[in-house]
Design a protein around this ligand. Structure first.
Ligand SMILES: [Zn+2]
Length: 390
């Protein structure tokens, strides 16, 4: 990571990405590379009439694949705004029949839990919670803290992905829907947010204590290596669709809809559907010197949902998600003492590059990945994620 010195500090003239964000370069007008990437994705996934046409074709494919089955698709839910609205949209607007799946790693916010149950009930859709093995989940969280990289939710993110693939495999469903959008969440630099199954295995081998349960197609646990991905994506032909890429998603309007439809309750901060985020924001800020709001707010600025001056002003304050009581609760739940956590905070910061990962292989496969993502055999943003973000 090339950290800029004080003298050559630069901040994008359009968003708030600055020279501290790994992989950021600026053009002659002072616009950052992430803004250019955003524009590229915005062209790849147009809204308006073309977006609607593509969404209709996609909905048709999903419905045809679901014919004669109990569900058309599996939708990952967290009780937060994005996935709650995605559920509403799938059922009420597109007329799809999803199975909603929530992955519980022991750190769910009860407010979000109620949101999930209520929204599924009101829509009359099935809601399934996949609870991870608590020993494994705790062990992996501690292992990543000890690995001293920013990827503290690597295991949870993999757990969410495998829970969705596992449920799709079990129900013989071909589409997994994800309620994420590059427009409102932004694009994380790799060094701030990296995940792959080999990385998880390596960190677990080095710092874990409990053996992970074996992989089975319908109960994959924390296993998502290349061969598991090949099983779900190539053999079972399960496709992951970020459906909000096609939808003009405006957070303010969405709040009104989901409050009216489901009495949805705001968990207190974005991403606060997961209590562990409180600890993560704290560790990122104090140990790694970054704040994920930098790319979240940048995204909202680019799509006109936040004012740049307001974003800069907000960045001066520590994010409200950092709550001492919740952080202490997380530490306690992991079974760590204050002193042990303090030791972890003192470990020198590292990145995924310090551990065995799939990244080298991914770099070597630059051209095939480009082709596969353009042919939509891989998520269409896969290429840009690995080659344009630092
Ligand atoms: Zn920018």
């Amino acid at each position: 990571m090339s950290q800029a010195s004080e003298t050559d500090y630069q901040i994008c003239t359009r968003c708030i990405h600055d020279s501290t964000v790994p992989g950021t370069v600026f053009d002659e007008n002072g616009v950052c590379s992430y803004c250019h990437l955003y524009d590229k994705l915005d062209k790849m996934f147009p809204l308006g009439a073309e977006g609607e046409r593509r969404l209709a074709a996609l909905t048709d494919r999903i419905q045809r694949a679901g014919r004669g089955k109990k569900y058309d698709c599996v939708l990952g839910v967290s009780g937060g705004r994005d996935s709650t609205y995605t559920l509403y949209y799938l059922v009420k607007v597109l007329g799809l029949r999803p199975l909603t799946v929530h992955f519980n790693d022991g750190f769910g916010n009860p407010v979000a839990g109620e949101n999930m149950k209520r929204s599924a009930e009101r829509l009359g859709v099935d809601f399934r919670t996949i609870t991870s093995d608590w020993r494994e989940s705790k062990d992996l969280k501690i292992a990543f803290l000890k690995a001293s990289t920013p990827d503290l939710e690597c295991a949870t993110d993999i757990g969410i992905a495998t829970a969705l693939y596992g449920a799709a495999a079990k129900e013989n469903v071909k589409y997994v829907i994800i309620g994420q959008s590059f427009r409102t969440e932004g694009i994380a630099p790799l060094e701030w947010n990296y995940l792959d199954g080999k990385y998880l295995d390596a960190v677990h081998r080095l710092f874990g204590k409990h053996k992970l349960r074996k992989w089975t197609p319908e109960d994959p646990g924390f296993h998502l290596n290349v061969r598991h991905m090949a099983y779900y994506a190539a053999w079972r032909r399960i496709r992951a669709i970020p459906i909000l890429y096609y939808v003009d998603y405006v957070r303010k309007d969405v709040d009104d809809i989901i409050k009216k439809e489901f009495d949805w309750v705001y968990p207190g901060a974005h991403y606060f559907d997961d209590l562990y985020q409180s600890l993560m924001f704290y560790v990122h800020r104090v140990k790694f010197g970054f704040d994920r709001r930098r790319y979240n707010y940048s995204a909202l600025i680019r799509c006109g949902q936040m004012d740049r001056a307001e974003a800069l002003q907000r960045m001066e304050q520590v994010y409200v998600i950092e709550d001492k009581k919740v952080i202490d609760l997380c530490i306690k739940r992991l079974g760590l003492t204050e002193a042990e956590f303090a030791e972890i905070m003192k470990l020198p910061p590292k990145t995924f590059r310090d551990y065995p990962t799939q990244y080298g292989l991914i770099r070597k496969m630059r051209i095939p990945i480009w082709i596969m993502s353009r042919l939509r055999l891989l998520p269409e943003t896969a290429y840009d994620k690995y080659f344009s973000c630092g």
